[in-house]
Write a protein that binds this ligand. Structure first.
Ligand code: SF4
Length: 476
């Protein structure tokens, strides 16, 4: 995943860009970058850092004095180095992108056939943002170029351009990743999440619609392309996992949705437990709702240890890796002693975290562990955003269990797999029971798709649920 932030102001706005980008640190762990444009000298300044061993803030802070200007953009991501600088017939610009290009090879080949060139890294990999930039500059205007790139790409593409004449922002054609606009006196900004606005004094004034393109000036927002009607497919996982609790997407607050999911589940649940607890951070909102819906006390059975290690840093020895993996949570033995504990979490991807959580609670003396998950089982890989580090769909715990139950071939057969996505079908029940048994859980329940949609509060056909039910593939 990734998060971006851009600002343009009548005053120098470097600190807004720096802090605004830092406020999106939950959206990426590998790379951070910033670019500013100084109108008086005509200079672009740019820096990109690996943030896998140290935070964006610590890497960028020392360089701040070199950034000058009233306009800038920044990004934190799990993908390639950004922002990239271009000099073209549309003038100079810095570009940052969020999304996924599934037909990258084909588009790169087309670019080469059109006599364009792509810089190759020593690894032999080409930067997808460079490809997007080359596609944009093929067309007579920036907005036509952006639309061309979005239409050619199979996957998704939201982006921000820092130009010599404002900050241009575009949201993916199907609205999967949000782009929101903020305003304060003398300045406009744009970001992936409005949680970046509040401490910087910006007010959320606009959600870009699917395919909408705007140019931000210091005193106004200029519309370059209207949103596309009937195209909304916003990622439902924003509310379950990615989104910061204070963020609001399409009018729906993240924490509020998590509370609703938990409340609904707690109301329906017949399990007798002594307390419930959220796995920090994204499981907490659900657990608070569950506690109310089920009338059971909320207790902090586990507490997050804000590790001094960067999130994506992995030591080379397995022994050290195990120790670092354990550092994320510490169980409270007094709270869980001899109790039936119900844990709420956002999702189960590969199950590694779940194994650790179960182990630490059992070691701490819990009598029973019950797990409630804020999303339906993840059965399909995400083709639209860089959602998980899983290299293959077969890494998902659901697929591994299907393979154990029916063999590898069935686990790769989309038609067969579909039976496992239908809540309460015999296949679904068998899969859930099998996951519970594997992880030593006394019970395991996932939120139903219809409960998730109800909690989000948007029409089902406006929300992407592909990774749960395989739908929306027509928009690929
Ligand atoms: S497939 Fe899943 S993670 Fe990907 S955009 Fe859709 S809901 Fe989000």
């Amino acid at each position: 995943m990734a998060g971006f932030f851009g600002a343009i102001s009548i005053y120098p706005c470097v600190t807004d860009v720096f802090y605004g980008t830092d406020y999106l640190s939950h959206l990426g762990t590998r790379r951070g970058g910033m670019a500013t444009y100084d109108e008086t000298t005509g200079h672009f300044n740019r820096s990109i850092h690996s943030i896998s061993k140290a935070s964006f803030r610590s890497k960028m802070e020392e360089e701040l004095p070199k950034f000058i200007g009233n306009a800038g953009i920044g990004i934190i991501s799990d993908t390639d180095a950004q922002p990239l600088l271009f000099n073209s017939r549309h003038g100079r610009f810095a570009l940052i992108t969020i999304g996924k290009i599934n037909n990258f090879e084909e588009l790169a080949k087309q670019a080469l056939e059109h006599n364009m060139h792509l810089s190759e890294f020593s690894s032999g990999k080409v930067n997808p943002t460079e490809l997007v930039g080359l596609m944009i500059i093929q067309k007579p205007s920036l907005e036509e170029g952006i639309r061309y790139a979005q239409e050619q790409i199979k996957g998704s593409l939201s982006l921000m351009l820092l130009t010599e004449n404002g900050v241009v922002c575009a949201r993916d054609l199907w609205g999967r990743t949000p782009v929101v606009i903020g305003q304060k006196e003398g300045a406009f900004c744009a970001a992936s999440e409005p949680s970046a606005f509040y401490n910087l004094g910006y007010t959320l004034v606009h959600n870009l619609g699917p395919g909408e393109i705007v140019r931000l000036h210091d005193n106004r927002m200029e519309k370059l392309a209207e949103p596309l009607p009937d195209h909304m497919q916003i990622c439902s996982f924003l509310w379950v996992y990615y989104g910061f609790p204070t963020s609001v997407f399409e009018g729906r607050n993240v924490e509020d949705v998590r509370n609703n999911i938990g409340f609904e589940m707690g109301k329906e649940d017949d399990m007798q437990v002594d307390c419930c607890c959220g796995v920090p951070d994204s499981g907490i909102g659900m657990a608070i709702g569950y506690s109310e819906g089920h009338n059971v006390p909320y207790r902090r059975a586990v507490t997050k240890y804000t590790t001094t290690w960067a999130r994506s840093f992995m030591p080379s020895s397995q022994n050290m890796r195990n120790l670092v993996a354990k550092m994320k949570l510490i169980q409270n033995n007094t709270i869980i002693q001899n109790r039936r504990v119900l844990l709420c979490d956002d999702s189960i991807v590969r199950g590694t975290q779940l194994r650790d959580n179960t182990r630490c609670l059992l070691e701490g003396g819990a009598k029973e562990i019950h797990m409630r998950i804020a999303s339906p089982p993840l059965v399909y890989a995400c083709p639209f955003i860089n959602f998980s580090e899983s290299k293959s769909v077969m890494e998902l715990i659901t697929r591994r269990v299907i393979a154990e139950l029916e063999g590898e071939e069935a686990a790769m057969n989309e038609e067969r797999v579909h039976a496992y996505t239908i809540t309460d079908s015999p296949e679904y029940k068998r899969m859930v029971d099998c996951i519970a048994e594997k992880f030593g859980l006394h019970s395991l329940r996932f939120t139903k798709l219809e409960t998730l949609i109800r909690a989000i509060g948007l029409p089902h056909n406006h929300v992407c649920t592909h990774c749960f039910d395989g739908s929306s593939s027509h928009t690929l």
